[in-house]
Design a protein around this ligand. Structure first.
Ligand code: F0G
Length: 458
C-alpha cells in the first residue's frame, strides 16, 4: 500500500530522543508497568492518543495572535460561531474546554435516575457521564464490529434492530438520548454510514427521542462515507458533514481530534430553544461564560481555523492514509488488526495475537508494554484492563475486544516513524509466545488503568 505524502512541509520541529533498551526496561519496571506513569521524555514515538496531540498549522498559530480575550462577547467567539454555523448549520454553539466537559454540561439535561441512553458504542468518558447522571448506558454495535478479520465498510454502525428492541423493552419515554459516536472509537475508529445515521434518526424521530452526535472524529467519518458509500463520491466533505449533522438534534465534540487543536470542545444544538437555554444556564457555573466556555479567546480562534482545515480533502486523504498504511503493513506481516483499519488508529487484535494470555492477564496491555520495551513506542490498551471490574461483585469484566491501540497524532509523524512502529511489532510477533501476561498489584476503585501498578506473570 502506497504512503500518501504529507500535503504540507515542516516548519517547526521538536527533537526526539530514544533511551537504551536497558533504560526503557528499568523505567517501565519502576513505573509499575503502567505506560500512563511514564514521563513523555522517555518515549520515542507516542501513539497513546490522537487527542490534543496534533500539530497546528501556520494559519492556526497566526490566528492565535488575533485572540480577543474579552470576558463577554469576544470577537474570537463570534468568528468561531460563524465557522460553526457554516459547517454544521445549527442555531447554537457552546465552546467548552474539552469533550468530557460537553458531556458534563449536556447529558444531565436529558438523562437522570431510571433513564437509559443507547449508543453505537459509548466512549468511556461519555459512558461515565451517562452513569454520573444516574442513567444506564447501553451499547448497540453491529455484530460485524466484533469480527476483526472480516471486512465490512461500516463497522461503526448502530445495530438498528437491537436499538428498536431496547426501546421496546424499556419504553421510549425512558430513553433520554440516542448517542451516535462518529467515528466509533471503541470499535476501532470505525465509520458509521449515512444510511445508518438516517435509519437511526428515523427510529429516534418516530419515538421522539433526541439524537445526539458524539462528533469527535466527524471529518474522518465523512471521508469514509465519501470513499465507501454509494452516491457520495462526488459530494464534498463539507456537504457530507452537513448532511450527517442534519439528522441529529445536537452534538457533543471533543475538538482535540478533528478540531485540530490541543485543547477544546463544543456543544451544538440544532434548534430547540429550551435546550439552548438550559445549556447556557449550566455552562456558566460549570465551564465559564457562554462566549468562552473554559477556553481562552486565542483557543477559540485556533479552533475556528482547525475546523476548516480538517475538512480539506487532501488532508483527510493523507490522514486516513497513514492509518491504512500502518495497518496494511502489519496485516501483510501477519499481525492481526481490526480490518478494515479505522480513521485515527490501528487497533491490533492482541487477544488473537497473544492467544496464550487470557483476558484477565490483559493481552492488550502486555503487547503495549512490550512495544515500549522493544522500541520506545507508547500506545494503550483498549480491553479488559481498561474496562475494570463489576462495581457490584468486584469481578474482573471481560471486554468485547482485547485491543492494543496505535493512535496516530494529526500531522506529527512521518512514514519513517510509522515504519519503525510496524517493524517493532513485526519483531515482537515473531516471538509472541514468549510474552508474559500482567497481574495488577495495586489499583484504585475507579478508572484504574490510569494509575494501577502491575507485574508480569508467566
Ligand atoms: N468522545 C470520543 C469518541 C472520544 O474519543 C473522546 C476522547 C471523548 C469523547 C472525550 O473527549 O478527551 O476531549 O474529554 N478520546 C481520547 C482518546 C481521550 O484517546 O480516544 P475529551
Amino acid at each position: 500500500m502506497e504512503y500518501i505524502a504529507e500535503p504540507f512541509k515542516i516548519k517547526s520541529v521538536e527533537p526526539l530522543k530514544i533511551l537504551s533498551r536497558e533504560e526503557r526496561e528499568r523505567r517501565i519496571r519502576e513505573e509499575g508497568y503502567n505506560l500512563f506513569n511514564l514521563r513523555a521524555e522517555y518515549v520515542y514515538i507516542d501513539l497513546m492518543t490522537d487527542s490534543g496531540t496534533g500539530a497546528m498549522s501556520q494559519r492556526q498559530w497566526a490566528a492565535m495572535m488575533t485572540g480577543d480575550e474579552a470576558y463577554a462577547g469576544a470577537q474570537s467567539y463570534l468568528r468561531l460561531r460563524e465557522t460553526c454555523r457554516n459547517i454544521f448549520g445549527y442555531a447554537f454553539f457552546q465552546p467548552v474546554h474539552q469533550g468530557r466537559a460537553a458531556e458534563k454540561v449536556f447529558l444531565p439535561i436529558l438523562l437522570s435516575e431510571g433513564k437509559f441512553s443507547v449508543s453505537n458504542t459509548f466512549f468511556d468518558t461519555t459512558r461515565a457521564h451517562v452513569e454520573l447522571a444516574g442513567a444506564e448506558a447501553i451499547d448497540c454495535a453491529v455484530p460485524e464490529a466484533m469480527d476483526t478479520e472480516t471486512p465490512y465498510p461500516f463497522k461503526g454502525n448502530m445495530d438498528i434492530e437491537r436499538l428498536k428492541a431496547v426501546i421496546a423493552e424499556h419504553g421510549a419515554q425512558n430513553i433520554g438520548a440516542i448517542v451516535m459516536t462518529v467515528t466509533n472509537n471503541s470499535a476501532g475508529g470505525q465509520p458509521v454510514s449515512m444510511q445508518n445515521l438516517r435509519d437511526t434518526a428515523a427510529v429516534a424521530k418516530k419515538h421522539n427521542i433526541p439524537l445526539v452526535l458524539d462528533a469527535a472524529r466527524y471529518a474522518e467519518n465523512a471521508y469514509f462515507i465519501k470513499t465507501r458509500e454509494d452516491g457520495y463520491a462526488d459530494k464534498s466533505i463539507r456537504e457530507i458533514a452537513r448532511e450527517m449533522f442534519s439528522y441529529a438534534d445536537a452534538f457533543l465534540m471533543s475538538a482535540k481530534k478533528d478540531g485540530l487543536v490541543n485543547m477544546g470542545g463544543l456543544i451544538g444544538v440544532k434548534e430547540d430553544a429550551l435546550l439552548i437555554q438550559t445549556v447556557k444556564e449550566r455552562v456558566i457555573p460549570l465551564e465559564g461564560f457562554i462566549t468562552y466556555g473554559g477556553l481562552a479567546g486565542r483557543d477559540l480562534d485556533a479552533l475556528a481555523v482547525g475546523l476548516e482545515e480538517a475538512l480539506e480533502e487532501d488532508y483527510l486523504r493523507y490522514r486516513v492514509g497513514q492509518a491504512q498504511y500502518l495497518g496494511e503493513k502489519l496485516r501483510e506481516a501477519g499481525v492481526p488488526v481490526q480490518y478494515p483499519v479505522g480513521g485515527h488508529a490501528v487497533f491490533v487484535d492482541a487477544g488473537n495475537m497473544l492467544s496464550h494470555i487470557p483476558y484477565d492477564r490483559f493481552p492488550g496491555h502486555a503487547l503495549a508494554v512490550e512495544l515500549y520495551k522493544e522500541a520506545g513506542i507508547r500506545c494503550c490498551e483498549i480491553g479488559s484492563f481498561m474496562l475494570g471490574r463489576d462495581p457490584k461483585t468486584g469481578q474482573q469484566l471481560k471486554s468485547m475486544f482485547e485491543f492494543t491501540r496505535l493512535a496516530i497524532p494529526r500531522r506529527v509523524y512521518t512514514q519513517a516513524h510509522l515504519d519503525q512502529v510496524a517493524n517493532a511489532l513485526i519483531n515482537i510477533n515473531a516471538r509472541k509466545h514468549t510474552l508474559p501476561g500482567y497481574r495488577i498489584t495495586d489499583e484504585p476503585p475507579v478508572l484504574r488503568h490510569f494509575t494501577a501498578r502491575l507485574e508480569p506473570v508467566r
